[in-house]
Structures are given as structure tokens and as C-alpha cells.
Design a protein around this ligand. Structure first.
Ligand SMILES: [Zn+2]
Length: 316
């Protein structure tokens, strides 16, 4: 995710979050890790893997090999980053390079029993949509990624027959819908969630609020208002791409506080968005450490929900 960095003044914070959050931001953050939580059985709810083996797993024609950065990110390469931080299970998110060819992800789910769950991609316009979703679900997929490719596409989803079929079938079968969206798309997701109340919704990366470098208050309010849907969840994730975009990511704490107050810990799940969270100068542990060790208003129970139990409930 690209975006410009913005320098935040005390006045900016006050305008964005009000006096309550300002006092939070000013509170000292304990730097020490909590030994009892340091080696938990954590779940990373959002990781992409791919292989340089393009013969067996070709990428879609609109992508080039040069766009695969890093060139390789296999499960073994992932484990080297996540296991030292106490992460044992991972939700794999179908990588855009592969389009609707979910085979590499499914093969990794099969190769590491009990380790991975999956979020796949289907084309919502196909006639055999329910069968395609059922096929993925039989192979360990617990969610479907939806991603608008233009500014207006999410608005069109609200009335689109195929997209409504997708939401409806997911609601019937317990497969979550996982929108990768911008803040301007939240209204469309609100309307779809209203129409499909049985469908679990997991919004990626705070709906990308903070990509610009600023945590825009109106956008954050909109994200928090979606908490009125009991089956709507938020991934507190992709810290490398949001706000100041640098460790220790403390500037994201007021936004985490806001979604915590709106959704509660049982509807939030932490995720890294690897491999992007491990591209220099970013690193894995500062991302999980923010939730695991640093935010002082999180209780041990809150941390367990955000780092494991919410993702376990939805994806495992
Ligand atoms: Zn991602």
C-alpha cells in the first residue's frame, strides 16, 4: 500500500480523536513484554504465501514476475518470522497474482494440517458460484476475499446479482466475506451487511484507514458504526502500511482503542499482512508486540481474543 507520510501535531490528534484519546496517546506505553503471553498459541489472521514455481502455479497474465516482491514467500519462509513471536496458526489469504486459481493456497493448507485456514477468491459472476464456494470450503477455506477494482465497484455490488448470491451463500454455509476495501467503500458494505444479516463479515486492515498517513475521524466513525452488525469483525492489521508506518506503531493505538470500544475484543483479530510486514525496514515482532505487550489498556483476556480466539472462532 502506498501513501504519503504526514506529521501529526498535538492539535491534529485533538481534532481527530478528542480529549479522551489525546490522554491515551499521552500515556506511557510499557515497553516490557509479558512473559505469560509471549509464547502463546497465537493466530496471524492475514498472510499471503506464494512460490517461485511458476510452471506449477502460474500467475495471472496481468501480473509480471517483477511484481512478485519478495520473489518467494513460502510457508517455511513465513514460519521463520512468525514462530519466534509465538504464532502457530495462520489464515492464508489468496494472493492476487493467482487470481481465482486457489490451488497453491489449498495445497499449503493440505500440506500443514491444523496450521492453516484459508480465505479464497471466486468470481462472483460465474453460474456455478455456490458449487465453487462449496468446493473451496471442503478444502479448508473459511472466507472469501472481495476487492473492488475501481472507485465505484463496491457501490455496484449492493445491487449486483452475483455479489448478492455470494453473500447469501456464504451466510448459509458459514463462510465469511472478507472485504479488502477503502474507507469510501464502507457504506456499500454496510448496506450488504444489512441485507445479509446471517453473513459473517471480516473487514481487512481497518478498511485501510491511515494509508494516507492520517487517521481520518469521519472514516473511523464510519468503520465503528458498522459494529451495529453483530456479525461484522475488523482485522487490526497491516500496521506497516498505516499512520506513521513505522515501529513501534504506537501512533495506531488511538485507532485500536476506538475499534475496541465499538466492536469489543471478541470481534477484533490481529494480523500481520505478511510478507509486507517483514519487508525492510519493517519486521514481524513489532506488529504482534503492539497488541501482545505494549497497549496498556488491553487486559490479558482482550489480548487473547485479539491474538487468537476471535480468529479461531471465525476461521478455524
Ligand atoms: Zn494482504
Amino acid at each position: 500500500m502506498a501513501g504519503q507520510k504526514a506529521k501529526w501535531t498535538r492539535r491534529d490528534w485533538q481534532a481527530a480523536f478528542g480529549a479522551m484519546a489525546l490522554s491515551l496517546a499521552a500515556r506511557p506505553i510499557p515497553a516490557a513484554s509479558s512473559p505469560a503471553l509471549a509464547d502463546g498459541d497465537w493466530i496471524d489472521a492475514h498472510v499471503h504465501v506464494w512460490t517461485p514455481d511458476l510452471d506449477r502455479y502460474p500467475i495471472q497474465p496481468q501480473f509480471t514476475v517483477e511484481q512478485m516482491v519478495p520473489r518467494s514467500f513460502t510457508p517455511e519462509e513465513l514460519f521463520a518470522h512468525c514462530r519466534p513471536s509465538g504464532v502457530q496458526r495462520v489464515v492464508l489469504i489468496q494472493m492476487s497474482y493467482y487470481g481465482t486459481d486457489n490451488r497453491y493456497m489449498l495445497d499449503q493448507i493440505a500440506a500443514y494440517p491444523g496450521v492453516f485456514s484459508g480465505v479464497g477468491i471466486v468470481d462472483h459472476r460465474i453460474e456455478q458460484l455456490p458449487e465453487a464456494i462449496d468446493h473451496l470450503a471442503e478444502h479448508g477455506v473459511k472466507g472469501l476475499r472481495i476487492h473492488p477494482t475501481s472507485a465505484d465497484e463496491a457501490k455496484e455490488w449492493v445491487q449486483d446479482a452475483g455479489m448478492n448470491r455470494l453473500w447469501s451463500h456464504c451466510g448459509k454455509t458459514g463462510v465469511a466475506v472478507c472485504p479488502l476495501i477503502n474507507p469510501g467503500d464502507l457504506e456499500a458494505i454496510d448496506q450488504l451487511a444489512e441485507k445479509h444479516r446471517d453473513t459473517t463479515v471480516v473487514i481487512d486492515h481497518f478498511a485501510r484507514i491511515g494509508v494516507s498517513g492520517s487517521i481520518e475521524e469521519d472514516r473511523l466513525q464510519k468503520l465503528c458504526s458498522l459494529a451495529r452488525h453483530p456479525k461484522c469483525y475488523v482485522k487490526t492489521s497491516a500496521f506497516y502500511a498505516l499512520g506513521k508506518k513505522q515501529a513501534p506503531h504506537d501512533d495506531l493505538i488511538p485507532m485500536i482503542r476506538r475499534v475496541l470500544d465499538a466492536y469489543g475484543p471478541q470481534r477484533l483479530m490481529w494480523a500481520s499482512d505478511c510478507p509486507y510486514q517483514v519487508q525492510a525496514p519493517h519486521a514481524y515482532d513489532p506488529s504482534i508486540a503492539l497488541v501482545r505487550d505494549r497497549i496498556d489498556f488491553l487486559s490479558p483476556s482482550d489480548r487473547k481474543w485479539m491474538l487468537r480466539d476471535t480468529a479461531a472462532k471465525v476461521f478455524f
